[in-house]
Design a protein around this ligand. Structure first.
Ligand code: AMP
Ligand code: ZN
Ligand code: FE
Ligand code: FE
Length: 279
């Protein structure tokens, strides 16, 4: 019997992934996943097309998003799931994110130019999959490669764009509390994404006191020991357990779709908690 697998973390061309929402849904079906959620950064645009494709190929799709937030200067990603779509509350929140991202992008381009790597904003915007794509650092990094300023995404992040690097701008962000409240108001559940990236013990401690509904305990880069640690934390709080690959397509070729997933039990607990049908 085939094992049930639900990959609940991936990115499409609506943010910094390289496959369209339709292509991701088709790929998920092809590789035998039983359920999927597309969790683009600060946007739910993917669902305008993904829901129809999921229906056509008969794949269980649940709504998802990965929202950026900041706690005391530390970047915190928060996953939202199982909200109704369309969703005016989330759409309003996302358009505020898009505005702050455009402003931040301009500031980063200015810093790159000061470091001898000029990129025109217009050219960058033209390179996006469509005008509603969430602009992020990977798009800038790809343009840096195209212009011959760096050889790889890794080099772009390591030398210039990574957190705290010379051309990095954090920009304005919402707090985790504001983000959790918005997800709840939108009818979804709020989950701490890839907790292993939170290196500051004090920050993690504060997050664990907040009204999250769950934690991402299965993730492509987790070692079994780490997985146990996060599962224990979630269990202690009676939190939902989620997981996924964080697939981005060809910009991160060593992270294939479906390389991390949750089982049927965890998946059912998630959808039953909200009492909603999948898309
Ligand atoms: P942004 O939302 O603009 O802050 O960009 C965050 C995204 O950049 C993450 O979701 C990753 O896809 C990518 N990213 C962050 N750090 C790195 C890194 N060191 N190497 C490659 N990609 C990264
Ligand atoms: Zn990303
Ligand atoms: Fe993330
Ligand atoms: Fe992600």
């Amino acid at each position: 019997m085939n094992t049930f697998r639900a990959d609940l973390h991936c990115h499409s061309t609506a943010s910094d992934g390289t496959l369209t929402p339709e292509e991701i849904v088709s790929l998920a079906k092809k590789i035998g996943l039983n359920a999927l959620s597309i969790t683009d950064h600060d946007t739910i645009e993917a669902y305008f097309t993904a829901i129809e494709t999921a229906r056509q190929v008969d794949l269980q799709l649940i709504t998802g998003i990965e929202l950026s937030s900041v706690l005391q200067g530390v970047s915190i990603h928060i996953l939202g799931y199982c909200f109704p779509f369309p969703n005016p509350v989330l759409e309003t929140f996302c358009s505020q994110h898009q505005e702050r991202r455009k402003k931040r992008c301009r500031e980063m381009l200015m810093l790159l130019s000061q470091h001898g790597m000029p990129i025109e904003e217009e050219e960058l915007l033209q390179s996006l999959a469509h005008k509603k794509t969430t602009i992020g650092r990977p798009h800038i990094a790809q343009m840096m490669i195209k212009k011959g300023f760096v050889e790889s995404l890794n080099e772009a992040f390591k030398k210039y764009l990574g957190d705290g690097c010379p051309c990095y701008v954090q920009g304005e962000r919402f707090s985790p509390q504001e983000t959790i409240s918005t997800i709840h108001q939108a009818g979804g559940v709020a989950i701490i994404a890839h907790p292993h990236l939170i290196k500051e013990v004090g920050i993690l401690k504060q997050l664990l006191e907040m009204n999250f509904d769950g934690m991402e305990c299965y993730y492509s880069k987790f070692l079994p020991k780490e997985q146990k640690r996060w599962l224990k934390i979630a269990e202690k709080r009676s939190w939902l357990v989620t997981g996924g690959s964080d697939f981005h397509g060809s910009i991160k070729p060593n992270i294939p779709l479906g390389c991390s997933w949750i089982n049927e039990e965890y998946f059912n607990q998630l959808v039953e908690r909200k009492g909603i049908a999948t898309c």
